[in-house]
Design a protein around this ligand. Structure first.
Ligand SMILES: [Zn+2]
Ligand SMILES: [Zn+2]
Length: 398
């Protein structure tokens, strides 16, 4: 048998013995063997099995993250589209439900708008099989290089629109899938480079440019445009507070969290998000019209909140009920409860402490509500606090 030419384009099902072995090794996830085979010279990294699947597609579908990494390092083509039904590695990653691999494919340059033989994109396929985390990752992906374009002077500019040191922190905010404004202000606050009037001004202007770009590009991406606009609004709000006083971001956090009398509903936050949506500069966008239609008839304080409508539109997360969200920052997987009322959950003691100034006003009423409800329902046995968290308010329920 002749050694395969690495540059010749592979034919479906035309596999050397080593390549057949390679496909088995990929599926089983044996990294050492895979490395040996790849270094042996008889394996083309983009070889195709009878269905037109590459080793990378197999690894993605089986959820083998390390294997995907190894194959990409060896030059696996992330956009190979030879599969009999037009599936790409990104589609297989989405189907597998592995969001780490999905992100890896995107970082490696996977195209998000390729469609399979029935016209579905990777995000649509992942949604179809209920892999909402992967949908979120795909819909919110924005490559760092697209942002870094603005860190180089363009045309006659003497200075770039975005100082290179701001690209990292800003990209982190762009990639967040938690659109809670409290969380976004926290992301600004945690980076000293961003807690600066001049830096915030540059960042929000770049966000506005990106928003415009997403609207005007050939395949208009309204979802990303709305997200860019929303981030710009949050940054502008931070800027407005910072211009008054250096420690004003804390004041902004409190405004966003402050609950109104009676039910503790965070009115300021609701109005802020509604305003952001209304200020979207491209009024002909269908997404904007949908959002306004969903939000306008809802009285402030009722469901759905502007936050949940926006999150659903931008991240594709429909099943918000299956996860627990921090009452302060909206992070998923919150598992700490206010130990007094046991009605509010947090991701950690920092968030709980930040919320207490407003929660304390309704905590007692919530306690009474719970007692009334529990009188008629059998009690769940509480797992004793493991003592890992010493907060006076929090107890952990696992
Ligand atoms: Zn939190
Ligand atoms: Zn409470």
């Amino acid at each position: 048998m002749t050694a395969p030419q690495s540059r010749a384009s592979p034919k479906k099902g035309d596999l050397t013995a080593a390549e057949k072995e390679m496909l088995q090794v990929v599926v089983s996830g044996n990294i050492q063997e895979a490395l040996k085979l790849l270094s042996g010279g008889d394996v083309r990294v983009n070889c195709l099995d009878e269905c037109g699947m590459t080793p990378l597609m197999h690894a993605a579908y089986k959820g083998k993250a390390d294997m995907c990494q190894l194959l990409l390092q060896h030059g696996a083509d992330v956009n190979c589209n030879e599969h009999e039904y037009g599936y790409t590695a990104l589609m297989f990653a989405g189907l597998s439900g592995n969001s780490e691999i999905t992100r890896m494919m995107l970082d490696a340059g996977a195209e998000t708008d390729l469609v399979n033989s029935v016209g579905r994109t990777a995000a649509q396929m992942a949604a179809f099989v209920g892999q909402h985390d992967c949908v979120t990752v795909i819909n919110n992906f924005f490559s760092r290089s697209r942002l870094e374009y603005y860190t180089r002077p363009q045309g006659l500019e003497r200075e770039p629109k975005l100082p290179p040191k701001l690209a990292g922190p800003l990209h982190k905010i762009i990639m967040t899938t938690n659109l809670n404004p409290v969380k976004m202000v926290m992301l600004v606050k945690e980076n000293p480079l961003l807690v600066d009037v001049a830096a915030l001004e540059k960042c929000y202007r770049v966000m506005d440019l990106l928003c415009e770009q997403c609207v005007k590009q050939q395949d208009m991406n309204e979802v990303l445009a709305m997200k860019m606009h929303y981030i710009s609004c949050v940054l502008q709000k931070c800027l407005a507070f910072l211009q008054e006083r250096d420690d004003k971001l804390d004041a902004l956090l409190k405004s966003l969290l402050k609950g109104r009398d009676g039910d503790g509903f965070p009115q300021y936050q609701e109005k802020f998000i509604r305003d952001c949506i209304r200020k979207f500069p491209y009024c002909e966008a269908t997404l904007l019209q949908q959002l306004v239609r969903s939000i306008a008839p809802v009285e402030i304080g009722n469901d759905p909140t502007a936050f949940s409508v926006l999150t659903q539109a931008l991240t594709g997360q429909m099943a918000l009920m299956d996860a627990e969200f921090c009452a302060t920052c909206g992070e998923r997987g919150a598992d700490k409860r206010c130990s007094l009322c046991k009605m509010v959950i947090y991701c950690g003691s920092a968030c709980q402490r930040l919320h207490w100034f407003t929660h304390k006003r309704i905590c007692k009423a919530l306690q009474e509500q719970r007692v009334c409800r529990e009188r008629d329902t059998p009690r769940l046995r509480e797992v004793p606090d493991n003592g890992a968290n010493q907060s006076i308010f929090i107890s952990t329920f696992k």
